[in-house]
Design a protein around this ligand. Structure first.
Ligand code: 5RP
Length: 236
């Protein structure tokens, strides 16, 4: 383990390292995005270097592609690979049903496409991401820049129709401008505090014109590997 890690980084590293043990020779892998996924990419690169593990990765963001290429992980595209054996990715929250909020790193669209195209999705997370009810973390949705303010108004109307009490919706910024995703879209963050029915919300949000995808991952994750600050790793 790298020296001098904060308890949270240690937890992320331990979860990432344990998850890479699930990787077998010859696998086609989805490579997630975020600080925990970056540890996984480093641990995978180490296995490739030291054990001669042969894998090929499909990155879920330009950031992950850059890191993985820098570390010598063979990469391909999803169109080339067609179907993946496993995706390992982080999450912003996971609940008891292994439903997730993702998109804190603005990569939810590629992350959801890649995870859905995988036989298995393994989430790696520190214990702080473990929640009884999703929603304390603002739910990201990716929207087309064209008419985004209309899309935002439609999202707010939809939240009213679902009797959602807390429904502040904000455009994610990067410095003074809207943050632009790898797919050239914007991100709206939905500050809901709690999500009573994640499955219903995920379906309804994707019906709104202008919404490309939402950060609720329902029935996609198979296993969560949880790192704890005291050095323990648990698998759920
Ligand atoms: C990126 C994501 C990340 O996986 C999520 O935000 C968790 O990030 P981190 O591991 O840095 O806490 O969904 O879009």
């Amino acid at each position: 383990m790298p020296a001098e890690l904060s308890p949270i980084d240690k937890a992320k590293f331990l979860a990432a390292k344990r998850a890479t043990e699930f990787v077998e020779d010859g696998m086609k892998l989805g490579l997630g995005t975020g600080s925990t996924a970056a540890w996984m990419v480093r641990c995978l690169a180490e296995r490739i270097r030291e054990e001669g593990l042969r894998v090929v990765g499909v990155p879920t963001s330009s950031r992950t592609a850059q890191l993985a290429a820098h570390l010598g992980i063979p990469l391909t595209t999803l169109d080339e690979a067609k179907w993946l054996d496993m995706t390992i990715d982080g999450a912003d929250e996971f609940d008891g049903n292994l439903n997730l909020i993702k998109g804190g790193g603005a990569a939810l669209l590629q992350e959801k496409i890649v995870a859905t195209a995988s036989d298995q999705m393994i989430v790696i997370a520190d214990a702080a991401k473990d929640v009884t009810q999703l929603g304390a973390f603002p739910l990201p949705i990716e929207v087309i820049p064209f008419g985004w303010q209309t899309t935002k108004a439609l999202v707010e109307e939809t939240l009213v129709s679902l009797d959602v009490l807390n429904r502040d919706v904000t455009l994610r910024m990067n410095g003074g401008s809207p943050l632009v995703t790898d797919e050239s879209n914007y991100i709206l963050d939905l500050h809901l505090k709690r999500i009573g029915n994640p499955r219903q919300l995920a379906l309804v949000l994707n019906q709104i014109p202008g919404v490309v995808e939402n950060g609720l991952f329902i029935d996609i994750c198979d296993i969560v590997v949880i790192g704890h600050g005291d050095g323990r790793v648990t698998v759920r």
